[in-house]
Write a protein that binds this ligand. Sequence first.
Ligand code: GLP
Length: 241
Amino acid sequence: MKIIIAKNEHEFDQKAAWLIIGQMLKKKDSVIGLSTGQTTKNMHRIVSEIYHANPFPTQEIRIFNVDELTNLPRTYAGSCYAMIKTQICDTLHIPEENFIMPPTMSEDFELECRKFEEALLRAGGADLQMLGIGWNGHIGINQPGTPFESTTWVSPMDPVFEARVRKETRVDETYPLGGLTLGIKNIMQIKKIVLIAKGKHKAEIIRQAVLGPVTTDIPASVLQLHPNCEVLLDAEAASRL
Ligand code: GLP
């Protein structure tokens, strides 16, 4: 794994944004996977700023998010669809049909999972995945214990994450929540992965994911086996390496 350490959060956001822009410029019909959350907010804003300052063709770019919440309307500001749409797709004028996302509501999520995978395959497979990491090492919504051969599925949420989603989205307590996520096998098939983390609170899990044993207890540790995975950190997230 190639490890890139930015000296501070600002430099991290800039470097991460330029990795996305670089992919878009290198291949005009790139298929790019994103992640939502605190780690990616600024980098998405910077991608939009770079695009505004120097517009380039984006009509053929395909975007998806590694995961999506289930059982809440897409219109909730906290759905991954809403976040990626407003943070990236709208600002870069990426056509709606090039935004590959499973629905948040469905009678048959098993079918939606297969359709999501098939849509990505039809697009030629993902070229780049900007991949966040959870406090417990989860990637997408693949929590500790998820088998490495898992394919796209609806995962239960861990209670900490669920509390955060409910707080951020103000979804009623009576709604069951879950998360449709690319499985670990699907993530490992992506051509290039950039694992991204910033802040002191990610330092220990980054140490375990990057330097510890490859184990399903720390889902992100599987990335040590990926042939083309970079790890982009700010100095705080890298402080235990
Ligand atoms: C959630 C998301 C992930 C994201 C992770 C980290 O689990 N489903 O895609 O990578 O949170 O979030 P944050 O960047 O806010 O720490």
